[in-house]
Design a protein around this ligand. Structure first.
Ligand code: SF4
Length: 633
């Protein structure tokens, strides 16, 4: 038996993408997942036939010596759930569609009408609860932001509260039947919504004396770097607070590739030991100065282009560079044409570079600021757009500071020692750089933000989040930094991000990572967003290949969200807030959406990507991709 929750390790799981009726393909893919470290294998059961076939899959796995628990994934089909619950260890139901069909209707329920609906759900759902109880089968009540029922949407809207209530309605039915073998999830493709929903779920469960294990995941996270950053931002934020008992990283890649990413996320907490530098003791907080259930950016003043309504800024750390020339800026989003003597900026051009002790003696791009150690800057002739970096508040007070921006490094010890002694006049042109090398760095920096918010003179000073990492591979850096900075940004903290490594990760990698974290936390959009499902046994086309094709034609469309979904059953709901949708409707057939509206039905697959581009053009969202020579014209 595999325990989830309580003192058990955080379990790693994934889902097959094969046709469930293809027993051998499903068994072999499950084995690849298990060998990679998957501790629960989820398999879709869209109808009773697939539910029955789970028995053959299970037998074959056992015959080959694999006893990993199986989970049947159910949408819309209670009869398949009831069958599967007699075969596999766990059944996942989606409360948004277990007993409801989506018609996208807004219904004005009276209390009696709403109760009548709950009674109908109780009648539909109770048989499954009884079977699970009888067979000792576990259940996940898995809410998805994109597939809330019309009933929930009508009463609670498209909100974290709606997601929570959707699960609680089913959970109460389980408890009324004395069935408690339950895990809950609150997934969304938007990490902000996902994090808020899990927190709210815990708060609501506490009110009702409930305490069930949680399965964490960001749905439709996409592929490659974007998918990893988005998953780490959502899942990592919650794991940092000790929330989460099992996780699934959903990538549009073969499921065995999800496992190392999930393990990397989990291992960080398994190996986080107590003999490293502990968090300095701080008084407990009577009340939070912000809501963890909704997003509000911390109110700050503007200092040059940092803070207030400005997008969070990206600082590239060039302190390890021996020489900085024009070409050093190429990997951080700047191109220079010698012929035209002109800089061109990409959408992911960093805003500042930290040189430590170098003054740039070439014509720098007009939007770029240079941060230099204050001592060095004062000893040299200060050039335009070079700003001092003070190593402490005390050093700043003893210096001639800049009339434009002064960056001041603070750690928690210094902040705690000087809080409530700041003067507003001194802080006029100040941006703090919060830094932590604590093993619980995210929590420590969050505490610094809280302390700052309570300080009447300093509460509106903009803050750059700075993290230092050593000896991390690019993938580890993605996971760690997305968690550490993403968790703060999701709560509205941070007016910039500064990631420093020991030189093992290229400037290009770190710069793309900073912009990826800002995009995942939805605080600065600099590229196209793809909301693509991981695919499963319902998928009717090659999702990975199609996603790659769509990405290659559209990845210059900054700010557009494109949903790429494997099936019509769940796809339209799951891509929730996409601007355009590409959804499989039958073998070789694709239906295209503008928002939630069907625009072109059953387009032959070979013409569907072109048709999607046409649709984007017709709606005025298309821009031509410039060739390298045009960039400078
Ligand atoms: S949207 Fe994708 S992952 Fe979800 S059920 Fe359909 S094919 Fe499977």
């Amino acid at each position: 038996m595999l325990g989830i929750g309580a003192g058990n390790p955080i379990r790693v799981q994934s889902m097959t993408t094969t046709d469930t009726m293809n027993t051998i393909a499903t068994v072999e893919q499950s084995i690849r997942m298990i060998e990679a470290g998957c501790e629960l294998v989820r398999i879709t059961a869209p109808s009773i036939n697939e539910a029955k076939n789970l028995e053959l899959i299970r037998k074959e796995l056992h015959a080959r010596g694999y006893f990993t628990p199986l989970v049947a994934d159910i949408h819309f089909t209670p009869n398949a759930a009831e069958w599967a619950a007699r075969i596999v260890e766990k059944v996942r139901v989606n409360p948004g569609n277990y007993a409801d069909k989506k018609k996208f209707e807004n219904i004005d329920y009276s209390d009696a009408g709403y109760q009548a609906e709950l009674d109908r759900i109780r009648d539909r759902f109770t048989p499954l609860v009884k079977i699970c109880k009888e067979y000792g089968t576990a259940m996940r009540i898995g809410t998805n932001h994109g597939s809330l029922s019309d009933r929930i949407l009508s009463r609670y809207g498209d909100t974290p509260l709606g997601m929570v209530e959707s699960a609680l309605e089913f959970l109460r039915i389980c408890e009324d039947n004395n069935y408690f073998n339950i895990v809950l999830s609150m997934k969304s493709s938007n990490p902000q919504v996902m994090v808020q929903a899990y927190r709210l779920l815990i708060s609501k469960m506490r009110e009702e004396n409930m305490n069930y294990p949680l399965h964490l995941g960001v749905t439709e996270a996409g592929e490659g770097e974007d998918g990893r950053i988005k998953s780490a931002t959502g899942i990592g934020t919650l794991l940092e607070d000790g929330i989460g008992d099992t996780i699934r990283v959903s990538l549009t890649e073969d499921p065995e590739f999800e496992i190392p990413v999930a393990k990397m996320l989990v291992d960080r907490y398994t190996h986080r030991n107590t003999d490293q530098k502990p968090i300095p003791p701080v008084d407990s907080i009577a009340a939070l100065p912000y809501s963890p259930f909704e997003y509000h950016r911390r109110t700050v003043k503007v200092v040059e282009n940092i803070g207030e309504h400005q997008v969070p800024r990206v600082v590239a750390d060039f302190s390890h560079k021996e020489n900085i020339t024009a070409s050093t800026l190429f990997p951080v989003g700047y191109n220079y044409s010698v012929k035209l003597d002109k800089w061109n900026l990409s959408d992911q051009a960093c805003d500042y570079i930290y040189t430590k002790n170098k003054i740039l003696d070439f014509e720098i791009p007009g939007t770029l600021g240079i941060i230099v150690d204050a001592n060095f800057l004062q000893e040299n002739n200060v050039r335009e757009r070079h700003y001092p970096f003070f190593n402490s508040y005390e050093q700043f007070l003893q210096s001639n500071f800049s009339k434009e921006i002064n960056f001041i490094r603070l750690d928690i010890e210094e902040l705690l020692s000087i809080k409530n002694s700041f003067s507003r006049d001194d802080l006029k042109n100040v941006v703090f750089v919060f830094e932590s090398d604590n093993v619980h760095g995210m929590v420590e920096i969050r505490r610094m933000f809280i302390e700052l918010m309570y300080d009447k003179n300093a509460s509106d000073v903009p803050v750059i989040i700075k993290r230092n990492y050593t000896s991390l591979s690019n993938q580890e850096l993605q996971i760690h930094a997305s968690t550490d900075a993403g968790a703060l940004l999701l709560d509205g903290f941070g007016d910039g991000v500064w990631i420093n490594t020991d030189g093992k990760n290229s400037e290009n990698t770190i710069n793309a990572l900073c912009f990826g974290i800002l995009q995942a936390s939805r605080t600065r959009i600099s590229k196209t967003e793809y909301i693509s499902c991981p695919s499963c046994g319902r998928t009717l086309f090659d999702l990975q290949d199609t996603t790659a094709k769509i990405r290659s034609r559209t990845d210059h469309l900054k700010g557009i969200k494109i949903g790429i979904m494997g099936c019509i059953v769940n796809g339209p709901g799951e891509m929730a807030d996409a601007d355009y949708g590409y959804v499989g409707t039958g073998p070789g057939k694709i239906t295209l959406y503008k928002g939630q509206t069907v625009v072109k039905r059953n387009v032959p697959e070979e013409r569907a990507v072109d048709a999607l581009i046409e649709l984007i053009r017709e709606n005025g969202d298309w821009v031509e991709l410039k060739s390298p020579s045009e960039v400078f014209e």
